[in-house]
Design a protein around this ligand. Sequence first.
Ligand code: UDP
Length: 256
Amino acid sequence: MGMKSDIKLIDENGLRIDGRKPDELRPIKIEAGVLKRADGSAYVEWGKNKILAAVYGPREAHPRHLQDSTKAIIQCRYNMAPFSVSDRKRPGPDRRSVEISKIISEAFESVIMTELFPRSSIDVFIEVLQANAGTRCAGITAAAVALADAGVPMKDLVVGVAAGKVDDTVVLDLGKEEDNYGQADVPMAIVPRTGDIVLLQMDGDMTEEELFKAMDMSMEAAKYIYELQKDALRRRYAVIAQEEKEEIESIEEGIE
Ligand code: UDP
């Protein structure tokens, strides 16, 4: 990242290595409520990324010195499975995952109504099962759905999405080759309803004009990803409603 490389990332038709147009996302699938033991959960497939998010809480924060008497604390842990990347990743936290965990926690602090839960902790686990560039954005997108599935009160969902620059072209949602050989990558977390930006990072270099173009592309894409998140939650609520109906029916049968 940073230098223009000799590897051709945009072909003569203006298409990218995987055939996408500059402003095209990889295919995204979202499912809510995939884990029984967590308070909320979500599974996201985003291109070749596979990511699971689980939420516990709000629950009493432990150890107690972590407690804040005015609001809940958000503790996010982003973790890459050893088998998630091509060279086996050494298990456990490293500098990168500690930093990503911190910035994701801060992004969610902007939308979760933490003041409703003093002395509590809301724990968010992001497990990267398969990585192919863009895992922090896919992880944020999954975590937002898991938080909603857990019933954590939020001002809105949060969408993670990146844009950047490859072969002197501004592109949306960089794939692995583009991440490796591209010129810039700008991951963002966006609150779709307000357009607020709660996370913004940049790796590489681009002009101010290119940066604004990249941010515009991500804003536009966030609206679409937001709809996918809400669809996943609607499907989840339909399943819950059906399960409750069946439970009531079986209780009624027992009474008769
Ligand atoms: N990656 C890897 N090993 C690592 C960290 C990252 O192979 O220890 C790969 C992985 O495919 C990841 C990509 O490099 O998705 C880009 O990593 P980056 O740090 O830019 O974060 P991401 O784009 O996943 O948020």
